[in-house]
Design a protein around this ligand. Structure first.
Ligand code: ZN
Length: 343
């Protein structure tokens, strides 16, 4: 009888160390241990040889052995199922994956970010303000006279009258808000959307984007303004681009100038973009009008400053040769997709 006990123990060990890698292994286990001619059946058959005084004891041992074999079979079966979930035999891992479609930045965002990063390198901080403005910040504080055409109801989107609220016509209102609460040195750029009541065409739109700059400190000169813009133009359009200043008039600067760059399309030889002059206008600029500084309690005898402003669409047109302003807001993916990969 002791030999039978040893035999049972050795079968137990064999079953414990039995591993299955596939369904065939599992079936082999079943046939060997649980089959009609299997080990469990044979061991159970030994019961008839057990002396009657030990039958009760062996009955329990053999039953436990049978249950052990059945449970081991279930455990191996489960391990096989969970293993087969972890392997994906039907997938060819060498095939290319489905691309995840990512959108593109809007061309205006691309250009605005590029412009901002150039000025940031010169120490300009980005300032933002509300698109819904009051009369003071949009006009009066900026020295815009009562009869200025931008104040005309037909030219500007007024939201309310007395008190006057309107959609800002330029980002200069942000400059006004900064000068109101910050004392020099001030060195900011204000990128943002502005509104004018224009008939929509290829060359005009009811909203567009500006980027204005303001630098107020002691001893700020026109030379500083020129050098700042010269750096910007070279970084934006390349080292070969030339620039020139033409005297102009703006209510908030004195002296004022408009700045042209040599045409980026024809290199100055003349084409339809530059109207065969070789030059394209890109911005207005000038020294901040002393009266404007006084409006914000900044001592105009001590401080001077320069300001400039340009249209992001204009820079974008020169950069990407987009000749119709309407394309920017039509959300046509055939247009937008062309800027895939641009930073
Ligand atoms: Zn040209």
């Amino acid at each position: 009888m002791e030999a039978l006990l040893e035999q049972i123990e050795s079968y137990r060990q064999e079953m414990s160390s039995y591993q299955v890698a596939n369904a065939e292994n599992l079936e082999a286990f079943r046939i060997k241990f649980l089959g009609t001619k299997g080990i469990v059946k044979n061991v159970m058959a030994e019961m008839k040889n057990v002396p009657s005084e030990r039958k009760k004891e062996f009955g329990q041992i053999l039953n436990a052995f049978k249950i052990f074999a059945e449970e081991r079979f279930e455990t191996l079966k489960e391990s096989l199922t969970s293993t087969s979930q972890q392997t994906y035999p039907d997938i060819d891992w060498s095939l290319p994956g489905d691309p995840i479609p990512v959108g593109t930045r809007h061309p205006l965002s691309i250009v605005r970010n590029q412009m901002a990063s150039i000025f940031k390198r010169l120490g300009f901080a980005i300032a933002e303000g509300p698109e819904m403005e009051d009369d003071w910040h949009n006009f009066t504080a900026l020295n815009l006279p009562e009869n200025h055409p931008a104040r005309d109801m037909q030219d500007t989107f007024y939201l309310n009258q007395n008190p006057d609220y309107l959609l800002r016509t330029h980002t200069s209102s942000v400059q006004a808000r900064i000068m109101e609460k910050q004392k020099p040195p001030i060195r900011i750029i204000c990128p943002g959307r502005v509104y004018r009541n224009e008939t929509i065409s290829a060359r005009a739109h009811c909203f567009f984007h500006q980027l204005e700059g303001l630098y107020v400190d002691e001893h700020v000169s026109f030379a500083d303004l020129k050098q700042t813009l010269y750096f910007f133009v070279q970084e934006m359009f390349g080292k070969d681009v030339k620039l020139r200043f033409r005297p102009s008039y703006f209510p908030f600067t004195e002296p004022s100038a408009e700045m042209d760059i040599s045409c980026t399309v024809c290199g100055g030889h003349g084409c339809s973009l530059c109207k065969y002059t070789g030059w394209v206008e890109i911005l207005g600029c000038g020294m901040v009008h002393p009266k404007m500084l006084d409006n914000f309690n900044i001592d105009s005898n001590k401080f001077t400053g320069f300001a400039f402003g340009m249209g992001v669409e204009r820079i974008c047109q020169l950069k990407f040769r987009v000749n119709d302003l309407r394309l920017y807001s039509q959300n046509d993916v055939r247009f937008l997709r062309q800027f895939t990969g641009a930073v």
